[in-house]
Design a protein around this ligand. Structure first.
Ligand SMILES: [Zn+2]
Length: 232
């Protein structure tokens, strides 16, 4: 027993959801779960196949990216997770995948337009795509800078991380987050579905219009507003 058992367990369970939901291939992707009072998070070890994972293999890292417990190397994206936990004080979990449709939009360097009510139920804006990193950021601490690439894109667009819990990193792939592991994993699956629908929408009608402002507002508010009543 250690004081980190609970975050190792939740990080393990959340990681195991990714292959089940069809969001990862081989060892792609990683989930971390944080305990804010301890100032620590548990994250998937690097390069270990999902079927060989166990709660005890989750590596414990602090918000400065320093490993404090674990014999395996933490995920290569650990510094990105650490930056986001440090800067965004209200998140409890981060998910990174290379899910096919969301990654295809990221590689196309395009934000995902809000075409329909599925998208609007979750967020009122286009899913942002952060522009590719500048060369000096790439040659510096790449994973650490990826965290700032995400933070800066939301800042530039005037968005709060509590309003929108998903982003595409240009040329790379999506990151999602949430207060709980359940919500952050849910956001990854929802993003993948929205990305697939948006691609098909543009294939069927290259001039498909964005959802009307009145419908965006209606759908978001019925799920998130003070008088929310949504539930399917
Ligand atoms: Zn990646």
């Amino acid at each position: 027993m250690s004081q980190y058992d609970h975050i190792q367990q939740s990080a393990y369970l959340a990681n195991m959801q990714l292959p089940k939901l069809g969001l990862v291939l081989f060892t792609f992707g990683n989930v971390s779960a944080a305990d804010r009072s301890l100032g620590m998070f548990a994250i998937k070890p690097s390069g270990v196949p999902y079927e060989d994972l166990s709660p005890a293999k989750m590596v414990i890292v602090d918000f400065d990216g320093k490993t404090v417990q674990g014999t395996l190397r933490p995920s290569s994206d650990t510094q990105t997770h650490a930056v986001l936990y440090k800067q965004w004080t209200n998140i409890g979990c981060i998910v990174h995948t290379h899910s096919v449709y969301a990654t295809a939009w990221a590689q196309s360097l395009r934000s995902i337009p809000v075409f329909g009510t599925t998208h609007a139920d979750h967020t009122t804006v286009d899913i942002p795509c952060a522009p590719p990193m500048r060369d000096e950021m790439i040659s510096g601490n790449y994973e650490y800078e990826t965290g700032f690439q995400i933070i800066n894109e939301l800042k530039d667009k005037g968005l709060s991380y509590e309003e929108i819990e998903m982003i595409l990193v240009g040329n790379h792939a999506p990151f999602t987050w949430g207060k709980t592991p359940e919500k952050a994993v849910y956001n990854s699956a929802v993003l993948e579905s929205i990305a697939q629908m948006a691609l098909l929408t543009e294939q069927i009608n290259a001039n498909a219009p964005r959802l009307k402002a009145t419908l965006i507002k209606k759908h978001f508010e019925r799920k998130h507003g003070p008088d929310s009543y949504y539930g399917q």
